[in-house]
Ligand binder design. Structure first.
Ligand SMILES: [Zn+2]
Length: 129
């Protein structure tokens, strides 16, 4: 069994739901949710509300800490490549997997292996094949 962790939403305990209620009748309290897995804020928040609460409190500080975008990021033909798969060509394996350039509209076939193992295009859209 995986480890339980607490929702990181700073106001999680203030939302009044049955599963947050703890303690005996004379000492009732609401607690932050604790689960083995969360779906929001990259697995750190129990709900969209808690995710927004986190960002409202910590978001600006996180941006300042990790660095804000201070000049435009640019998509050029060098980093405009994306992997694609053609669902309409049944029967013909050749050309089903390809890389596509959003700016030049160029299309280059790649192998299924290149498509599957992420070797054809870098995370920032540069072609490696
Ligand atoms: Zn929460």
């Amino acid at each position: 069994m995986s480890q339980l962790k607490y929702c990181q939403g700073p106001k999680c305990h203030t939302y009044d739901t049955k599963d947050r209620k703890k303690g005996p009748k004379d000492n009732k309290r609401n607690e932050t949710r604790r689960r083995s897995h969360f779906y929001y804020l990259d697995g750190n928040c129990c709900s969209m509300q808690c995710m927004y609460d986190w960002f409202n409190v910590y978001g600006s500080r996180a941006l300042d800490h990790f660095g804000r975008i201070t000049q435009p990021k640019v998509l050029t033909q060098d980093n405009a490549w994306r992997k694609r798969y053609d669902w309409n060509r049944d029967g013909n394996e050749l050309g089903r997997h390809y890389v596509y350039n959003y700016l030049t509209e160029e299309r280059r076939p790649i192998t299924e292996q290149q498509y599957d193992n992420d070797s054809a295009v870098t995370d920032d859209g540069r072609l490696t094949v």
